[in-house]
Design a protein around this ligand. Structure first.
Ligand code: SAM
Length: 279
């Protein structure tokens, strides 16, 4: 993708500027999202137009102007080419997700991870997704796994609205239940000891909410997918030690079934996941 863009911009950007194009951009439905270094800002419209030329189905190019931030994990965006639109529909693993990239978190880079989790779900399982966003993990699980129910919680009202829409579009309303609220409050009030499998796809809050995941599990235990940040060279060890100690404090035992580095986050830091069997 990036090579084609560089090709299209040859002659319009200097060699030095072409090198600065850096990491590949994301395409979500018919919207492309780019991050540009300050040195390329004077050329942002040219770059946006070139992207639309290379990817004919892209109708809008957005530049990310802030980090993903805040409790709803959203980002600031500006239109640099095409139509002034931030809402789109994205297709993944036979599912469709309507999203507004300015109002909710969404990453197409987690597609493989979503499908991996869905394939681990056993028939009849009850799943709780503590940080569900627009419902992407929950809906892929409902389509590809055989869960009997997926409780799908998010605190962002915009994400909740899109989740409800996406549940309808994907016809999984009989299995996925969207819940608007704080994951701790929802679990403490309604979902204690009801779940076979808990997803925690928000590394920033994983440690703070691990006790909530334990509380959601049935008394006989179950699985927790613990997303965290891991730093080389230890990578998974601190997260595993944290979960072991936190589980022991609640009289539970943790067994590591799988650990994966999902994607690079910063220099030598990775977004990681531990698949934990809790008994
Ligand atoms: C990184 S996003 C993950 C979204 C989704 N799982 C995905 O991969 O597309 C984290 C989500 O957690 C939600 N969130 C943050 N704090 C929360 C809380 N205390 N309770 C419930 N949801 C929360 C945010 O609104 C955001 O949509």
């Amino acid at each position: 993708m990036l090579r084609n863009l560089r090709e299209a911009l040859k002659g319009q950007l200097t060699d030095e500027e072409l090198k600065q194009l850096g990491r590949a951009f994301d395409i979500v439905g018919n919207i492309a999202v780019v991050k540009l270094p300050d040195g390329l800002l004077p050329k942002k419209h040219l770059i946006g137009e070139a992207l639309m030329h290379v990817h004919r189905h892209v109708r809008t190019v957005l530049r990310q102007t802030s980090a993903v931030r805040g409790e709803f994990r959203t980002r600031e965006l500006e239109v640099i080419a095409g139509e002034p639109e931030t809402e789109t529909t994205y297709h993944e693993s036979g599912c469709s997700f309507k999203v507004d990239l300015a109002k909710v978190y969404f990453s197409p880079r987690l597609a493989h991870e979503r499908l991996r989790i869905a394939q681990l779900v056993k028939p009849g399982e009850i799943v709780t997704n503590l940080f569900a966003g627009v419902g992407s993990y929950s809906i892929v699980i409902a389509k590809h796994g055989q869960a009997s129910r997926v409780y799908s919680i998010d605190k962002n009202p915009a994400a909740f609205d899109y989740m409800c829409t996406n549940i309808r579009i994907n016809k999984v309303g009989d299995r996925v239940m969207a819940i608007l609220g704080d994951a701790r409050e929802v679990v403490e009030t309604h979902l204690r000891e009801k779940t076979d499998r808990v997803l925690m796809p928000l590394p920033e809050l994983a440690r703070e909410f691990f006790d909530v995941a334990l509380l959601a599990l049935k008394p006989e235990g179950g699985m927790v997918h613990f997303y965290d940040f891991g730093k080389e060279p230890e990578l998974f060890k601190p997260s595993l030690e944290f979960t072991r100690a936190a589980a022991a404090a609640k009289g539970r035992k943790v067994e590591l079934l799988e650990s994966r580095a999902i994607r690079s986050y910063a220099t030598r830091v990775y977004h990681i996941v531990l698949d934990l069997k809790v008994s």
